[in-house]
Design a protein around this ligand. Structure first.
Ligand code: MG
Length: 174
């Protein structure tokens, strides 16, 4: 199995990504995927828990931004609520949008986490860029039809391998 598809960590929600753990790893920046990572795909509103958590990360001084394959309008509507810099229509897993986000954040790849729910866009792109990749279980809600048709079945195969491998354990930091 290709290591480039493996996240460094796998968590059930971004709520598990605590400031102290990020600091332990020397991480100063966080690039978030949008859909099913910080908001449900059928919503533009943060849940109160997510809002609180993102605010705490911001207060703790983390540089945060969004890289999403979704439209400028949708990404702008969500990012604007927290004044987060964002790269919409990103065409992940291409490296270029992640590099653009790093410029906006002002952080190096090795001190920046990438948090996303999809292996073949978020994790692959993050690993190719040299980021600390964190896979989250997708939030409830509707997947984009293309994701459902192609992405998820393949992800299941990769996820099964990841869970079996000693390198990445659920909720553990390596
Ligand atoms: Mg997503």
């Amino acid at each position: 199995m290709l290591k480039i598809l493996y996240p460094k960590m796998y968590v059930s929600s971004i709520l598990e990504i605590k400031p102290c753990l990020l600091k332990e790893k020397g991480l100063k920046g966080i690039i978030f995927d949008l859909d099913n990572t910080i908001v449900r795909r059928d919503s533009v509103v943060f849940t109160p828990e997510i809002w609180k958590h993102l605010s705490e990360l911001q207060r703790e001084g983390f540089k945060m931004g969004i890289v999403s394959n979704n439209s400028r309008k949708r990404v702008g509507a969500v990012a604007g609520q927290m004044s987060l810099p964002a790269v919409p229509r990103a065409v992940k897993p291409l490296v270029r949008p992640f590099r653009r986000a790093l410029k906006l954040l002002g952080t190096r790849p090795d001190e920046t986490a990438l948090v996303g729910d999809q292996i073949f866009t978020d994790i692959l792109g993050g690993n190719l860029t040299g980021l600390y990749t964190i896979l989250v279980v997708p939030m409830e809600g509707k997947d984009f039809w293309g994701t459902k048709l192609i992405g998820r079945p393949l992800e299941k195969i990769v996820l099964a391998r990841i869970k079996k491998s000693a390198g990445v354990l659920h909720g553990k930091w390596d």
